[in-house]
Design a binder for this molecule. Structure first.
Ligand code: URP
Ligand code: ZN
Ligand code: ZN
Length: 463
């Protein structure tokens, strides 16, 4: 099977050029203005569109137990929704149960994904316990292509680990080349503030944000970076939400430290005002870190522009409003933490970033595809349009106008955080490893066609 994409404008992180792209089997084999199709090749006319590397969402939670329930998208529904929005690879999270080996969690998450995923997927490992053979476990995971680990500085007694454990994990990555991803919020302090609020009868969704102040995020980011500096390794801050936290990353990077961070569309485009919506509506926006006052948004956009933030992921962790978010009807602490977004990342960043003149087209590709591929050990197989790379390609129609809505989205969740947002720009055709899986709003991918991505770890020094 071969495909020629012709007459399009190829956009990568580095350049924008008129070029045809030739795909043979699962790989790109030629890119250039004069590349033509041999007899029998399928020809896709990309006139008037951008031909970009498939999106890579490095932070998703599919089929995940959390907050007494399960995230509502599994690997089939979640990856199909991702594909509709132009994402062709995800990195999801397996969770080590305390007192068990990481291998068990890896097997469980592989079983969740295999036979269901419609696009390629990698896995991070959430570390909850390094007692016993935990450090050897980490090395084993790296050999299996799990080249990154997430540790929580929040959720005491559930997922949080102490600083000693964090420091041990960071230090181990000096040897095995993995990357530590930090959920950076001071969970112990937050728990005290939460208990006070509950005792005072402050139980509405807005208190989720008011009990998790930006300083609790900034303090944890500072501590995480300091521990990584002592261990002499890079660190990656997940779902960074506030100006305060960003300042910590910037200060570290200004000192030449390999501190990296992602933010998410919700922090760029939504605010604490959404948590204050009437009735229980605010529960739709309960996730951690919480939404911040609007003033933080331009600072985060600026962080993306100046490369103090390198990646936009979704932290897709959907829970249905009617039968899951409702668990916290009378007490915000019982609202399952998480929100849906896997389908709309490219839409939102393209429209509110590129169309609004906040970032360039190349930067859009860089933060949604190329850099996540690089940071998470998938480049240049993923995140690039060049001979030898996987043919994960999106034909992006910059003129397509559409409105985001739960009525039309493909995520298995009964609301959209971006309901009514008007977007100009959409994925017209999505190709995953040489196969057209989405074309003009129709899905052609088969469940289970997605493959596990065995990711590469980096040695010591970070470039
Ligand atoms: O509220 C969130 N973010 N839920 C998903 C778990 C996490 O911390 O990423
Ligand atoms: Zn987190
Ligand atoms: Zn998450």
């Amino acid at each position: 099977m071969s495909i020629l994409i012709k007459n399009g404008t190829v956009v990568t992180a580095k350049e924008t050029k008129r070029a045809n792209v030739f795909i043979e089997g699962e790989r790109i084999t030629a890119v250039g203005p004069a590349v033509s199709a041999p007899a029998g090749a399928t020809v896709i006319d990309a006139t008037g569109t951008y031909v970009i590397p498939g999106g890579i969402d490095a932070h998703t939670h599919l089929d995940m137990p959390f907050g007494g329930t399960m995230s509502s998208d599994d690997f089939e529904t979640g990856t199909r929704a991702a594909a509709f929005g132009g994402t062709t690879s995800i990195v999801d999270f397996a969770i080590q149960a305390r007192g068990t080996k990481m291998r068990e969690a890896l097997d469980v998450w592989m079983a969740k994904a295999q036979g269901r995923a419609t696009i390629d997927y990698g896995l991070h490992m959430i570390v909850t316990d390094l007692a016993g053979a935990g450090l050897e476990d980490m090395d084993e995971m790296v050999r299996e292509g799990v080249a990154s680990f997430k540790l929580f500085m929040a959720y005491p007694n559930v997922l949080m680990v102490d600083d000693g454990t964090i420091f041990k994990a960071l230090s181990q990555t000096a040897k095995n080349g993995a990357l530590i991803c930090m959920h950076a919020e001071n969970g112990s302090v937050i728990d005290v503030i939460v208990a006070r609020a509950v005792a005072e009868g402050k139980k509405a969704p807005i208190y989720h944000a008011l009990t998790r102040p930006p300083r609790a995020e900034a303090e944890a980011v500072h501590r995480a970076i300091a521990m990584a500096e002592i261990a002499g390794v890079p660190v990656y801050i997940v779902h960074l939400s506030s100006e305060d936290a960003l300042n910590e990353v910037r200060e570290a990077r200004d000192r030449g430290l390999p501190a990296f961070a992602e933010t998410c569309p919700q922090y760029l485009l939504l605010s604490i005002d959404d948590l204050a919506r009437p009735g229980f509506e605010g529960a739709k926006y309960v996730f951690t870190p919480p939404l911040r006052p609007k003033e933080h948004q331009p600072k985060l956009w600026d962080g993306l522009k100046t490369d103090n933030l390198q990646v936009v992921s979704t932290d897709h962790c959907p829970f249905c409003f009617e039968d899951q978010k409702i668990l916290g009807k009378d007490d915000f602490t019982k609202i399952p933490n998480g929100g849906p977004g896997i389908e709309n990342r490219l839409h939102l960043i393209y429209h509110h970033g590129v169309n609004a003149g906040k970032i360039s087209l190349n930067r859009f590709v860089e933060i949604t595809s190329t850099t996540p591929a690089r940071i998470f050990g998938m480049y240049p197989r993923k995140g690039e349009i060049a001979p030898g790379s996987d043919a994960d390609i999106v034909i992006w129609d910059p003129e397509a106008v559409h409105t985001l809505s739960a009525k039309t989205h493909h995520m298995r969740v009964d609301y959209s955080m971006f309901e009514g947002f008007e977007i100009k720009g959409n994925a017209r055709t999505v190709i995953s490893r040489g196969e057209v899986i989405v074309d003009k709003g129709q899905f052609f991918g088969k469940s289970g066609r997605g493959q596990y991505i065995k990711r590469a770890a980096r040695g010591g020094a970070w470039k």
